[in-house]
Every structure is written in C-alpha cells, then in structure tokens.
Design a protein around this ligand. Structure first.
Ligand code: TYD
Ligand code: MG
Length: 427
C-alpha cells in the first residue's frame, strides 16, 4: 500500500475538562492509550488526576454493560446521551491511600459525592480483573511504585516489579481500549525505579513540576505520540485543588513596584511555549571568581548555550568574564530551550556585569550568532503582539526581523544588528 493511500487516523479524545491538562495531552485522553505522570511526592499528581477523573465521571458517557452504578439518574442520562460520547465510566485505583483517604480528599476538593469509582488495591491481578469487569474509559493507577504482580517475587517499587506491572497495564490498555494513566514518583536526585524505566512503553509521558518560590505548577510532556510536546499546562495550587491558568502571559513575572528602579541583571523575554507566549524573566549575576576556577551555574536554560553566549560577550562585546562566576536563572520554573532567548540571556549577563539596568517595561528577543550578530526568531509577530497587549513600552529586537507589531502599535521597537548595539541600550 502506498503511504498516500493510508486512511488518516481520526484520534477521538476524551477531554477531561481540566483545560490545562487537556492542552498538554493534545486535546484530551486518547482511548486505549497509556500515559505516565511523573513528579516529586507532594507536587499534586493525585490531586490533579482525581480532579480529572471526577470531571470525567460527571460527564455523560456511554454506559458499559458491566458497569455497576447505584446512581440511576446518572445512568439514565448516560443512556439518553447515547454512544459516541466516552467518559462517565472511570476508575481511580489507589495503592497508596485508603478509599477513605481518597474520599476525604475528594470532599475537600468539592466532589465528595462524585459517582467516580475508587479501588484501594495493590495486587495487580485484582486490579486487572476489576478493570476487565468494569471496562472503564480511563483508569488511573496511583502509584505504580506501590503495586505488585503476585507472580514476581521482588518487592513493590523494585525495578523488575515496576516494569512488570507497567507492561501488563499498558498491554491491558491496548487490548481493551481502556486508557491507563500511571502515576510514578520521581525523587529530586532523579529517578528511583520509576518513570524513566517505563517511558518507552507508554504513549505519553507527562512530568509535573513546581517551583519552590511560586504556587504555580507546570505539567510538561516529555513524549507524546498523540500531540506536540511543546505545550505546557499551567496550574495554581489552591486550597480547593489545582486551578487551570489559561491567561498565563504574565504569570511568571514578579510585579514590580511602580516607579521603583529596575535592578541590573534582569531582562524579560517573550518565550514561546507551544501555542502561547509567556513573558519570562532572565536573571544573571556575576561575581569575582576564586583564583583558578570561574563557575557557570545555569538553571532554566541550556548550560552549553549559555557558555556560548558568554564566549560571544567576551569576544565580540569585550566583556571580561573569564575571572567571574556567572549565574543565570530563568525565573518561574520555565525552561528556555529555543535560541530566541539568547539575546535576553546575553543582556542579562552584560547588565549584571556592567551594573547597568535595562529600562523597565522593555523586552528583548533575538538569537545570538557566534559573530555577535542578532538573528531573527520564529513567531516574532505573535510574541510582539502579546507584549504590546500586555503594555510593554519597548522591544529590543534583531534588525533583520521582518515580522513586527501591527501597524498603529504603540510599542517602540529598537532594532539591533548585534550584541554591542543591544548593550548600548542598557541604562
Ligand atoms: P498530592 O496530590 O497528594 O501530591 P502527589 O500525589 O504528587 O504526592 O498533593 C499534595 C499536596 O498538595 C499537599 O502538600 C497538600 C496540597 N494540596 C493543596 O494545597 N490543596 C488541595 O486542595 C489539595 C488536595 C492538596
Ligand atoms: Mg499521591
């Protein structure tokens, strides 16, 4: 068969109704798919998934013959809504908490009387048999480190146990059409018989991250067979669970006091995260290094990219950084992976080093070449339009950038051909 003759695959999805989760999933959960949600303990994995399941349970969905439900009203509604609409029948398997604890949590989250099915079980055989009987549209297994396959003598949480259990659950998903979502804990140091181990057998890998200084949480896709990995989901942890943050442009910016002078070493850039633009602050600090070893510490950006930027600043802009420790931090837990943040990183370092602040309400975008030249970036128009909407007064941009703010825009554009010209903009 020729590739052109292959019929396009229509991927139906169950929208969870948690908008930011649906965004990272690429529109919702694909039936029969396997998702892995990893994250540090206490970050909010159980909370997020319980909210998603309760939301799905409340949606009218196709009734499954084996479903036992005492909620007859719900059943009638399901029957009326007819087939084609999946959802409704979902299962939460808790291997870490009791059903009572889950009930308590659900109460606190405001859906204590949800028709959502809960199973407190750690034995994989029993879990599989309940899934087989109930045939839910989606099952969450929270967490994979606490379940065990009776045929395997190793302890729960061990490499072989986690691998066996996950493989069987993923197999079950593919065979039955039930989507499975596996929860895996990740430790700060990296991984402990967890998520990394099973990344290759699932369709989608999501990581739940937080930032110690903010109450927001980020869900990022490390892999997604059914969508892009560029989108991130943004949430705020509140007393009543996780709240989706859709208008997130300025979420990560600390409110600066009116009139207060800006400190040197801080530059704002417009980062593209999937389909949306986020304003992100890049901070830098340079200090005298101990003899014989200048340190470069980077968080939120690519360390080798920053090393290149430092080299360009040294060679093309004449900054002496060889005997300086350089620290670069992207505020808010965002990772700036694309080169459009180069110019902002370069200016933040130059600003810190020269102790000259960039004027407030100014943003910087541009890629930096090895010759010190400023290069244009993708989706410049979208970034600038968003900055304009948010009331930024000036944008330092590459001179060759063709796209720009729409006509009549009030935002001033400062066109720079190279890093020297941008540095001249520092106060
Ligand atoms: P949890 O979902 O249990 O984390 P995980 O499953 O990833 O280990 O989240 C636990 C944290 O979230 C806990 O520190 C309390 C906090 N939390 C809230 O702030 N608000 C809430 O409504 C809930 C349910 C939890
Ligand atoms: Mg949990």
């Amino acid at each position: 068969m020729a590739l052109a003759e292959v019929l396009p695959l229509e991927v139906p999805r169950m929208a969870t109704g948690i908008s930011e989760l649906d965004r990272v999933l690429g529109g919702g959960v694909v039936p029969g798919s396997a998702i892995l949600l990893g994250g540090e303990p206490g970050i909010g994995k159980s909370t997020l998934l319980l909210q998603a399941l309760a939301s799905l349970a409340a949606q009218p969905g196709a009734t499954v013959p084996h479903q036992e439900t005492r909620n007859t009203k719900h059943k009638t509604r399901n029957a009326e809504s007819g087939a084609g609409n999946i959802g409704g029948n979902v299962l939460y398997v808790t291997s870490e908490e009791s059903a009572q604890q889950t009930q308590l949590r659900a109460k606190r989250l405001g859906f204590g009387s949800s028709p959502l099915k809960v199973l407190a079980e750690t034995n994989l055989e029993k879990i599989s048999s309940v899934i087989g009987r109930m045939r839910p549209a989606l099952v969450v297994v929270d967490s994979v480190q606490m379940i065990y396959s009776p045929g395997n003598p190793s302890a729960p949480g061990s490499v072989s146990q986690v691998r066996d259990c996950c493989t069987e659950l993923v197999y079950l998903a593919k065979a039955s059409g039930t989507a499975v979502c596996l929860v895996g804990h990740v430790t700060k140091e990296g991984v402990l018989a967890g998520p990394k181990l099973v990344e290759h057998i699932v369709d989608t890998v999501l990581y739940f991250e937080g930032d110690a200084h903010h109450d927001h949480r980020i869900v990022r896709a490390a892999k997604n067979r059914f969508g892009t990995t560029l989108e991130i989901g943004l949430f705020r942890m509140t007393g009543a669970g996780l709240e989706s943050i859709e208008d997130a442009s300025t979420l990560l910016l600390e409110p600066h006091e009116e009139g207060a002078g800006k400190l040197a070493g801080s530059v704002i850039t417009a980062a593209l995260q999937g389909s949306r633009v986020l304003m992100v602050e890049v901070q830098a600090l340079t200090t005298d290094a101990m003899l014989g070893g200048a340190k470069r510490k980077v968080s939120g950006a690519d360390a080798s990219r920053v090393a290149m930027i430092i080299a360009v600043l040294e060679k093309r802009a004449g900054l002496r950084l060889v005997d300086k420790d350089v620290f670069v931090n992207v505020v808010g837990g965002i990772k700036l992976t694309d080169p459009s943040a180069d110019a902002a990183i370069a200016l933040a370092i130059a600003s810190a080093h020269m102790n000259r602040a960039l004027a407030a309400s100014t943003l910087v975008i541009g890629e930096l070449g090895l010759l010190g030249e400023f290069r244009s970036v993708v989706q410049a128009g979208q970034r600038l339009t968003e900055a304009e909407r948010l009331g930024f007064a000036r944008a330092i941009v590459p001179a060759r950038m063709k796209e720009g703010v729409k006509k009549g825009a009030s935002m001033e554009r400062v066109l720079c051909r190279n890093v020297d010209q941008a540095i001249a903009e520092l106060g």
